[in-house]
Design a protein around this ligand. Sequence first.
Ligand code: SAM
Length: 291
Amino acid sequence: MTMEDGSGTTGAAPPEGVVLGEALEILRHLPDACVDLVYIDPPFGTGQERRLASIRTGSGEGVRRGFGGRLYRWEVASVHAYRDDMPMEEYLAFLYQRLREAHRVLRPTGSLYLHLDFHAAHHARLLLDEIFGCERFLNEIIWAYDYGGRPRDRWPRKHDNILWYAKGPTWTFERDAVDRIPYMAPSLVGREKAARGKLPNDVWWMTIVPTNSRERTGYPTQKPERLLERIIAASSRPGDFVLDFFAGSGTTGVVARRLGRRYLLVDSNPEAVAIARRRLAEPVERGLPLG
Ligand SMILES: C[S@@+](CC[C@H](N)C(=O)[O-])C[C@H]1O[C@@H](n2cnc3c(N)ncnc32)[C@H](O)[C@@H]1O
């Protein structure tokens, strides 16, 4: 089976769905130039295991003091974890090999979003400059949120870094498909513009997945659907092929499917694959998730 990529070359179609496997091994089986958009949110190079325990209240041996001083019982309902404990040099070599493959499988008009944080974003930018060429750098998106602890000795680190690179000199940017945000000073732009809102710039203020939200799966470092919605809506078109080979709980696939894109998700953790498959077995919800 072949498909046109709109630029004169053709590539065989990649498989679709959710695959349990090691990213590099799966990537090596994909044909050249078959993917329109890669979004990856790999382990960040934190040097630690990433673990999230969900608790169930009302039963169990644990006791906690809650609102109004009331005591309630709790127990651990599930624990999900994945490893992120490679030494930095090994981690960067690991990332480099997989980024090279990502570049190979992208179509000439495709692009890649690499989601990291302060641990490795500065190193990764140099890797991507080498693989894609520094002239193919498009943006460093700052995803700013406000959650978690606040150290007393420095500014709280409350953003992730998302590096966006194009494979070739032209790429997809569907600016009219992107959600709009309020102007900071609406009185300066007139009523009509203020009502329409503005195109976001490269700093995106969005909440993390709230503990009590419908989309919460209990998988550590799950990303919000709204974040993926903006990326996929802007950088692909209906029918395009989206690849995420560090897929975790499957957020990329859930949003890709909702927006009418094809997708391939890969993760080496059976727990992640089970969660992603469960999410994708649910009926498609049309419309935007709440911000
Ligand atoms: C940050 S999480 C992804 C979270 C995801 N974006 C979500 O919204 O749930 C990184 C994922 O990479 C997976 N992973 C780590 N090393 C991998 C490898 N070599 N091949 C495939 N998946 C891997 C982990 O199991 C983990 O699920």
